[in-house]
Design a protein around this ligand. Structure first.
Ligand SMILES: Cc1ncc(COP(=O)(O)O)c(C=O)c1O
Length: 394
C-alpha cells in the first residue's frame, strides 16, 4: 500500500481541477465527471510541508516577511543535489508563480512589439503571456519523429533569424513530457547565441523525472552564454503546491536581475505571502522521500494507461520521460476533436485536455493527468473505453 493509493475528496474545495469544470467545459452539471486535466495532483503534499504550514498558522504571525537565507540556501542545495548545478544565492529571485515570472521577465528584458519565439505544441500561457504583454508571438513547430515531437533545427534557425528577441523553452516539455537531452539543449543555446536571443527556460517540471531520466538545467550547460539564460523553477509541480504560489528565477547576469527587480517593484510584487517560503523550505529539505515514492507510482500509472489504451484501435501513446502528463495520440481515430471531447465528457464522464489547446500541432491529441491514485486511473481508463465504444468507428 502506497500513501498515493489514498483517494482525496477534492470536490467542493474551490479546486480549479474539480470545481471549475462547468466554466471550462461549458457544462451544467459536472458532479459525475472525473477531472484529469489541469496539472495538479490529487495527492496530499509531503507531511513535513503540511506540518510546517500548520505550525506557521498556529503561530499567527502574518505580518510582512522576507525570504530568509535558509530558504535561498535550500534552493542552492536542491539544485546542486539534484542537478549537480552550482548556483549562488544572489542569482535567485522570487515570484508568485512561473507564469507571472514569465510575464515579468518579458516586461523587464524585452520591449513591446518584440518577437518572442515558442516551439509548439506547448503550454498555453507561452502564447497568452507574451501576447497579452504586447509582444508578438512567433511559433516554430516541433516535428514528429518516431511518435515524439522533436526540434527541427533548420526551421528553428530560420525563425530565429527573423529578429526574434526571446525564446521560451519548455524543459521538460509540457504536453509531451519530453526531457530534452544535452545535445538538443546545446543546439538551442548555440543558435540563440548566434542570433543574440534571450533564453527563458521554464523548468517547472524538472523534478518529475521517470524511469531514470535525467533533467539538465539548460543554464548549467550554457558555458559562456549563461548570462543570456533566465531559468524558472518551483517546488509547486513537484510537491503539489500550486495554490501556495511560489516560484523562483535563477539569473546569473546582475544587470538582468536588476531590471527584473525593478519590474517587480513597479508592480508592487516585492514579497511573497508568508506561507510560501515555509512550504518551499519544508519541501526542499524534507520532501525528497515523498518525491522518490511518487515518481515510480506515476510511472506505474502511466504504464497501466498506456497498456490499456493502446489496445484500442487508433490510439498511440509514447511514454513520457518526465511529468505526470500523458499525451495521447488519437489522430488515427479519424474523429474531430470536438466530437471526441463531447463523447469523453458526455458518455465517459471524463475531462481531459484537447490537444489543440497547445497549438494546432496538438490537434487530435488529448492530455491526461495521471497524478492520482491507481484506482482513479483504472476508473479513467474504463471511462475512456466507454466513450470510445460509443464512437461509430468502434
Ligand atoms: C510548463 C509550465 N509552466 C508553468 C506552469 C504554471 O506555473 P505556476 O503555477 O507557477 O504559474 C505550468 C503548469 O502546468 C507548466 O506546465
Amino acid at each position: 500500500m502506497s500513501i498515493f493509493d489514498q483517494t482525496l475528496n477534492r470536490r467542493y474545495t474551490n479546486s480549479v481541477k474539480w470545481d471549475a469544470m462547468e466554466k471550462i467545459y461549458g457544462l451544467n452539471d459536472t458532479t459525475e465527471i472525473l477531472p484529469m486535466w489541469i496539472a495538479d495532483m490529487d495527492f496530499a503534499p509531503p507531511t513535513a510541508v503540511s506540518k510546517a504550514l500548520q505550525k506557521h498558522a498556529e503561530g499567527a504571525i502574518f505580518g510582512y516577511g522576507f525570504v530568509c537565507e535558509e530558504v535561498k540556501q535550500s534552493i542552492v542545495d536542491w539544485q546542486y543535489n539534484r542537478y549537480n548545478w552550482h548556483i549562488e544565492k544572489e542569482f535567485i529571485s522570487f515570484s508568485h508563480g512561473v507564469v507571472s515570472a514569465l510575464a515579468n521577465i518579458l516586461t523587464a528584458l524585452t520591449n513591446v512589439g518584440d518577437k518572442v519565439l515558442i516551439s509548439t505544441p506547448v503550454y498555453p500561457p507561452f502564447f497568452n503571456i507574451p501576447k497579452s504583454n504586447g509582444r508578438e508571438v512567433v511559433t516554430c513547430p516541433l516535428v514528429e519523429q518516431d511518435g515524439m515531437f522533436v526540434y527541427d533545427f533548420e526551421a528553428f534557425e530560420q525563425t530565429l533569424a527573423q529578429d526574434i528577441k526571446a525564446y521560451i523553452l519548455c524543459n521538460p516539455h509540457n504536453p509531451g513530457g519530453y526531457v530534452w537531452d544535452e545535445a538538443t539543449l546545446k543546439e538551442i543555446i548555440r543558435l540563440c547565441a548566434k542570433y543574440d536571443v534571450l533564453i527563458i527556460s521554464d523548468e517547472i517540471h524538472a523534478d518529475l523525472m521517470l524511469d531514470g531520466a535525467k533533467h539538465t538545467p539548460l543554464a548549467k550547460i550554457a558555458g559562456d552564454e549563461i548570462d543570456r539564460v533566465i531559468t524558472c523553477m518551483a517546488p509547486t509541480k513537484t510537491f503539489n503546491l500550486a495554490g501556495i504560489q511560489v516560484s523562483y528565477i535563477i539569473a546569473t547576469d546582475k544587470k538582468k536581475r536588476l531590471l527584473l527587480e525593478a519590474v517587480n517593484m513597479a508592480s508592487g510584487q516585492g514579497s511573497l505571502n508568508s506561507f510560501a517560503p515555509i512550504a518551499l523550505l519544508a519541501a526542499y529539505t524534507e520532501g525528497l522521500p515523498w518525491l522518490e515514492e511518487l515518481l515510480p507510482y506515476i510511472s506505474n500509472n502511466m504504464d497501466y494507461v498506456i497498456s490499456e489504451l493502446t489496445q484500442l484501435p487508433g490510439i498511440h501513446i509514447a511514454k513520457p520521460q518526465g511529468t505526470y502528463l500523458l499525451w495521447i495520440d488519437c489522430r488515427q481515430l479519424g474523429i474531430d476533436e470536438k466530437e471526441l471531447m463531447k463523447q469523453l465528457l458526455e458518455v465517459g464522464k471524463l475531462a481531459l485536455e484537447p490537444g489543440s489547446k497547445y497549438g494546432e500541432e496538438g490537434r487530435g491529441f488529448l492530455r491526461m493527468n495521471v497524478a492520482c491514485s491507481f484506482d482513479t486511473v483504472k476508473d479513467a481508463v474504463a471511462r475512456f473505453k466507454l466513450a470510445c465504444q460509443s464512437l461509430k468507428q468502434f
